[in-house]
Design a protein around this ligand. Structure first.
Ligand SMILES: CC(C)(COP(=O)(O)OP(=O)(O)OC[C@H]1O[C@@H](n2cnc3c(N)ncnc32)[C@H](O)[C@@H]1OP(=O)(O)O)[C@@H](O)C(=O)NCCC(=O)NCCS
Length: 201
């Protein structure tokens, strides 16, 4: 993974662009709203298991972009768009959501025509490497307990299963109206000989 340093921000060098073997990850821009909306944020299949309401208007996508800007202003990194390096077409998104300077959450969303090629795993590994570079000690991710493809991505990306959080979160696009069980996976990035075993009291 090659991390390129973009413009210097208030907190030092910003990793605004990341190149992996097959993907380009970059900070979102205001003019990305239409393609984000059309490619995945308004798609019922893509948004089924995400924690945010499916976008039904471009204003919701613009709100996400405003959120992205605020995250990038406050923290060492934030959301990334996943694009094809050859065509520049939008494939999906990922990112780091910092909760403290040493703890961050990650996730991933791909347009349906980009599923099944290992892209989510490749993006997750890039986020994990970036988190380590930025001094994150705990990187974690949550997924709906029934969402096997996402859990599989987390396993392939070297995250350790920590446990099932019962009735933890509502999923607005499932229409169930009550909190659902989620699976929690994490990587401990400051552990010198790799990730210690999870799920031990
Ligand atoms: C979930 C998602 C990110 C997976 O992306 P992807 O690039 O297709 O994932 P990968 O190709 O890296 O890996 C998917 C793995 O899940 C496996 N898988 C797919 N469907 C499965 C199922 N029903 N049961 C078990 N495993 C399944 C695949 O076989 C693959 O594992 P393998 O490489 O061992 O064969 C993608 O489908 C997506 O964007 N979905 C919509 C958004 C979303 O739900 N995001 C996650 C929110 S927590």
């Amino acid at each position: 993974m090659a991390i390129e340093h973009g413009n210097a921000g208030v907190k030092g060098p910003r990793h605004t662009t990341i190149r992996t073997e097959r993907l380009l990850l970059r900070k979102p821009r205001p003019d990305d709203a239409e393609s984000i909306f059309e490619r995945y944020a308004s798609d019922p299949d893509v948004t089924k298991y995400v924690g945010w309401p499916r976008h039904t208007s471009i204003e919701q996508t613009r709100s996400f972009l405003a959120f992205s800007e605020s995250q990038w202003a406050e923290w060492p990194a934030g959301p990334y768009l996943i694009v094809s390096p050859s065509t520049g077409s939008l494939l999906g998104s990922t990112g780091l959501e910092f909760e403290t300077t040493t703890r961050a959450q990650t996730g991933y969303v791909l347009a349906t025509d980009a599923w099944g090629r290992g892209y989510a795993t490749e993006a997750l590994i890039a986020m994990r490497d970036l988190a380590q570079t930025l001094g994150v000690h705990r990187l974690y991710a949550l997924c709906h307990a029934d969402h096997r493809p996402s859990a599989r991505v987390l396993e392939k990306g070297g995250m350790t299963f920590e446990g099932r959080l019962r009735r933890y979160a509502e999923f607005p696009n499932l229409g169930q109206g009550q909190p659902q069980d989620v699976l929690c996976y994490a990587a401990i990035l400051d552990f010198p000989s790799g990730t210690p075993e999870g799920n031990t009291p």
